[in-house]
Write a new protein. Structure first.
Ligand SMILES: [Zn+2]
Length: 387
């Protein structure tokens, strides 16, 4: 058998070339570390451990275990080859500059790779190694068992309230509108350590956009409040709440959602907000205790009820009016004008239907044992909704 043919057969059988004599193998420290892990995996496999057990003991992931479980000691050559195919180490300087650059507004894998003369995959690997994750503001986060329990409890308590009770709610929430529209959400992601960092960046550093607060009842809407920068309890109490709850002048029912009376009785209504940090702040809770007839305090309403509160649906309507069927707004003032226009043109029946849908949604949440509702088409059949 010729030399080349023997080589080829060896390659076919073992997945690598046969060793040449006197070849020196140089491993980097990371490769050596990998080698040790891999030896341990193989040892444990031979000792009859299950993959799950190995995974737990080595604090490793299933892919690694699988990969290295397949190449055993009886093929030391393939074993070493495998170790050496690990990606090359990059210098600390390059790592540092990648990590520094990730905070730039226009950070981009390809561009950064070109600047540093490394491939975009390497840039990505550096970010992954630093345990940074590509995160996009989630539209809905996962529910834990406890969330579901709290949701069920809350729904059980309120599902049978009649519509006149639901008409007493002022439901408020904030929304971020970006200049770039909701068009390509992937572009709105960032390399961050956790979601909290994403929240800060989204409003403050990256997004050219607007943060706006609004409130609604089954009859009309509050004024919008636009907020610059980070909001805390104090700013919320001073800049947002007074405007959201300013309804004293609104005593007559009109066709205009922005001026019509929001409640049958301005001294008998309930303020609702979700669980942002500034909403649960002591100063905020104190302010509400003194300034609104009634409100859900921070312990009364569970978190993650976004599929219940109807203002989410209303923001969706506003969003589609702001971005839909036209070019993206060119400037923040233009975006602001569009948001206000969309908000003020909300249809009273849409509002009423959204509010009256909440008790039906509560029942659905209970049907689903606390799980989140996806799209939901059922509507109230009271005379004003059916009209
Ligand atoms: Zn109705």
């Amino acid at each position: 058998m010729g030399k080349t043919r023997r080589k080829r057969r060896y390659l076919k059988k073992n997945g690598c070339l046969p060793p040449t004599n006197n070849e020196k193998i140089v491993l980097t420290s990371r490769q050596l570390e990998n080698l040790i892990t891999r030896v341990r995996i193989n040892q444990m496999e031979e000792d009859g451990f299950y993959r799950k057990q190995i995974q737990k003991r080595l604090n490793s992931n299933p892919t690694t275990i699988n990969k290295w479980g397949k190449i055993g000691f009886d093929n030391p050559r393939a074993f070493l080859e495998g170790v050496r195919t690990g990606r090359p180490e990059v210098s600390r300087t390059i790592e540092k500059s990648v990590l520094r650059k990730r905070t730039n507004k226009s950070f981009n894998l390809r561009k950064t790779g070109l600047q540093l003369n490394i491939s975009h995959t390497t840039v990505k690997n550096i970010l992954n190694d630093a345990e940074l994750k590509w995160k996009v503001r989630p539209t809905a986060t996962k529910l834990t068992v406890n969330h579901k329990k709290q949701r069920l409890k809350f729904c059980k308590e309120y599902k049978d309230r009649d519509l006149s009770w639901w008409d007493k709610l002022l439901i408020t929430d904030s929304k971020i509108f970006l200049l770039s529209g909701g068009r390509n959400p992937k572009q709105h992601g960032r390399w961050v350590f956790d979601s909290e960092e994403l929240d800060l960046w989204e409003v403050d550093k990256f997004a050219k956009g607007l943060h706006v607060y609004g409130g609604m009842t089954s009859k009309g809407v509050s004024q919008l409040v636009f907020i610059n920068g980070i909001i805390d309890g104090e700013r919320y109490v001073n800049e947002v709440l007074p405007i959201l709850i300013d309804i004293q002048e609104r005593t007559e029912e009109t066709d205009d959602v922005t001026t019509t009376a929001l409640f049958d009785d301005n001294d008998d209504w309930i303020f609702e907000q979700d669980h942002a940090k500034c909403h649960d702040a002591n100063i905020t809770q104190e302010y509400l205790r003194e300034n609104v007839p009634d409100f859900f305090n921070k312990n009364e309403v569970p978190a993650k009820m976004d599929d219940l509160w109807c203002i989410e649906r209303i923001w969706a309507v506003v969003t589609s009016k702001v971005y839909g069927g036209q070019k993206q707004p060119k400037s923040l003032p233009a975006l602001k004008r569009r948001i206000i226009k969309a908000w003020e043109s909300l249809d009273p029946i849409t509002l009423k239907k959204a509010v009256h849908q909440m008790p039906i949604r509560m029942k659905e949440i209970m049907n689903r044992k606390g799980n989140r509702i996806g799209s939901f088409k059922e509507h109230c059949d009271c005379p004003s909704c059916v009209e």
